[in-house]
Design a protein around this ligand. Structure first.
Ligand SMILES: NC(=O)c1ccc[n+]([C@@H]2O[C@H](COP(=O)([O-])OP(=O)(O)OC[C@H]3O[C@@H](n4cnc5c(N)ncnc54)[C@H](O)[C@@H]3O)[C@@H](O)[C@H]2O)c1
Length: 437
């Protein structure tokens, strides 16, 4: 199997299947197809499949013309029909790994995609899980599902591995193509062949590790590192506010140290599909070993409280203006979880808006990337634009996301008061109406 697959890779005869065409899967499918491998994308959402087949892009990190060209050239197609799995030689699984309502891993998407694949898995295929998950998922969950459903033997009839996705949506320099990738598969041959496949597609270092569990843990380490450091900085932001010290100035000073310090900044809470969720996959798994990941818990307590804390700070700003929160007109600026993207999954801004509304404020939002969002089953529509008059009509402008296409100078000149949780107004000289987190 090894020689056959290596030859097929070298001759670009591998047919690629990407399961899950979201923020991770679509850019990956495009890169594989651009590298000369015929690629089939699989998704359960028919609308995404139809868009891909029409050459219409819906993911910010994908270049519209790349997608169109690949579809026109028949290098990329999408389908909801999993029987086409039988035609592919390499399968990357990029489905969601959220938490359930009790903050426990919801592995059902990974499980159901593995079941769908197992029914059509053929001999001499490589299967790679890319979804972020707890260490052990590939060997303990996916392997038995694939073996049982296909009657094939892992290592003998097909290769199985884990290679975490590191895409950073909105990052202008690091994209799927040039971000180093870690690969850990079951067995040396599997690792070698899967790594070779990635090397033939990506222009970045492919780093091999000894097992899928190491690769799974590596990804969780990356995201837990961020989660905990953000927790530390958010806690210090609350302390610095009491001590009347600007933490932003402190961090800027600390980062002049050329080694041993990485800058993290406070904010209204964690957002996105990764940093707030992934550490809990590890926390959950650790309990199986009678182990408690106390730093993850502590960081979660701080970060989860940030939206409420920010609302309390906003209330103080209004109090100084003798405006009660009850009935105050507040414009929340930015509902994306970070700047310059249209993704609001787990965005702390949604909880901020909810908190302000619980305190009976009249809240609108504006986001230059997100005209409306759905939260707890309800659709919330934003205002269509902002200008001098609109900004002046609010008691408070509450900045929850620092999109770079916003005219912060105009906002500073017209707002009664601004509560800035992202230091979006850092270049504004006149600070008299600005309160910084
Ligand atoms: N978004 C990021 O920035 C990012 C970065 C690194 C890693 N990840 C990880 O990558 C994984 C995917 O994240 P995403 O942001 O691309 O999610 P997403 O929600 O954007 O996309 C997932 C896609 O999978 C599809 N899907 C769900 N169940 C399926 C099934 N059974 N068969 C086929 N398709 C199915 C969904 O319809 C959706 O289109 C997650 O584990 C996430 O933690 C995400």
């Amino acid at each position: 199997m090894k020689e056959k697959l290596l030859e097929k890779i070298a001759n670009k005869e591998i047919i690629v299947g990407v399961v899950g065409l979201g923020y991770v899967g679509l850019p990956l499918a495009v890169e594989k197809a651009k590298a000369g491998f015929k690629t089939i994308g699989f998704d359960v959402q028919e609308e995404k499949v139809n868009l891909v087949n029409k050459g219409i892009n819906y993911i910010g990190d994908v270049v519209d013309s790349d997608l169109k060209e690949l579809v026109d050239k028949n290098m990329l197609e999408a389908t909801t029909d999993f029987s086409k799995i039988k035609n592919v030689d390499f399968i990357a699984i990029c489905v969601p790994t959220p938490l359930d309502m009790h903050q426990e891993p919801d592995i059902s998407y990974v499980e159901s995609s593995a079941i769908s694949i197992s029914k059509y898995l053929s001999k001499d295929t490589m299967v790679v899980l890319e979804s972020t998950t707890y260490p052990g998922t590939t060997e303990e969950l996916i392997k038995p599902i694939l073996e049982k459903g296909s009657n094939l033997k892992c290592g003998k009839d097909f290769y199985l591995g884990f290679s975490p996705e590191r895409v950073d949506p909105g990052n202008l320099y690091y994209k799927t193509k040039n971000t180093p990738k870690v690969v850990g598969a079951i067995g040396k041959d599997a690792t070698e062949v899967i790594a070779k496949m990635y090397r033939s597609v990506l222009g970045a270092e492919i780093y091999e590790v000894s097992s899928p569990a190491v690769a799974e843990m590596e990804k969780i380490l990356e995201n837990t590192y961020r989660n905990i450091n953000i927790g530390l900085i958010n806690e210090l932001a609350m302390l610095c506010n009491k001590m009347k010290i600007s933490l932003w100035e402190v961090v800027d000073a600390a980062k002049t140290k050329p080694y041993g310090f990485q800058a993290f900044y406070p904010g209204p809470g964690l957002g996105g599909h990764c940093i707030p969720l992934d550490p809990y996959y590890l926390d959950w798994k650790a309990r199986e070993y009678g182990f408690h990941t106390s730093l993850i818990q502590a960081s979660g307590i701080i970060n989860d409280r940030m939206p409420e804390y920010c609302c309390e700070r906003a209330e103080k700003v209004l109090n100084d203006l003798k405006i009660p929160m009850n009935g105050a007109k507040i414009l929340v600026l930015g509902v994306a979880y970070k700047n310059d993207i249209d993704d609001y999954r787990e965005s702390p801004a949604l909880r901020v808006i909810e908190c302000l509304q619980e305190d009976k404020a009249e809240v609108d939002f504006y986001d230059s990337y997100i005209p409306e969002y759905k939260y707890k089953g309800k659709v919330h529509k934003g205002i269509a634009k902002i200008d001098e008059k609109i900004i002046a009509s609010y008691d408070l402008i509450f900045i929850t996301c620092a999109h770079t296409n916003i005219d912060y100078e105009m906002i500073s000149k017209n707002a009664k008061a601004i509560f800035d949780t992202r230091n979006a107004m850092k270049n504004i000289k006149n600070r008299k109406n600005i309160e910084l987190l």
